[in-house]
Design a protein. Structure first.
Length: 207
């Protein structure tokens, strides 16, 4: 039997959990941005604050890596996971910014379903991060399997939204604006799957 003598630094797991919780906040703000009658300026301001807080957590993870002699798992994987979580937040912030800057007044109803997928991904990811501490495939596999399922659902929804955009109901300029938003949301869903893939790689290495 192989014994692991690597000490467990709980701060990393706490920081990853904190980072994922920022994504829950971000996904909630994104849903709020799509709500009828939303104050876009106010939501965008709060999203910027949330994105800044997420950046601070990412920086804290990097500082912890640089100041810790022995990390709980490979440094490269810590960087990759921290970067992946940060990418998701950046993309959600970008989607909110597009809605504000493009002054989009009417958003396709189908976008709400895509944002619901993002909210589910955020909740599941936040719940999975504390389980990194155990590094057991059996405890984490449900997480990446479910994220993969949601990503597939998001892909199908993405294709339906694009079909609706190009169905002739929207003016050309509106199609261009909405397509940027739709593609950014799709990018955020894909980024969640990359995070899950990173967690799977870590779990396999450490199991």
């Amino acid at each position: 039997m192989a014994f692991r003598f690597r000490p467990v630094d709980a701060s990393f797991f706490e920081l990853f959990t904190e980072s994922a919780k920022h994504l829950v906040v971000g996904a909630g703000l994104l849903a709020e941005m799509l709500a009828e009658g939303a104050d876009h300026e106010d939501v965008a301001r709060r999203m910027r604050d949330a994105e800044h807080a997420a950046d601070e957590t990412t920086h804290a993870i990097i500082r912890a890596v640089n100041s810790t002699f022995v990390t709980p798992f490979d440094r490269e994987d810590i960087y990759r996971l921290a970067s992946g979580l940060d990418d998701v937040m950046d993309l959600m912030d970008e989607a909110v910014d597009f809605i504000l800057l493009y002054e989009v007044k009417q958003l396709p109803a189908e976008l709400s379903e895509q944002v619901e997928v993002l909210q589910q991904c955020a909740e599941i990811t936040a719940a999975a991060m504390p389980r990194l501490r155990s590094m057991k495939d059996s405890e984490l596999s449900e997480y990446w399997i479910e994220i993969n399922r949601l990503e597939n659902a998001g892909d199908k929804q993405h294709r339906r939204i694009l079909a609706a955009l190009f169905g002739g109901s929207y003016k050309a300029i509106e199609v261009l604006k909405l397509k940027d938003i739709v593609e950014t949301l799709e990018g955020a869903v894909d980024a969640f799957e990359k995070v899950a893939n990173t967690v799977e790689t870590i779990a396999v290495k450490e199991s």
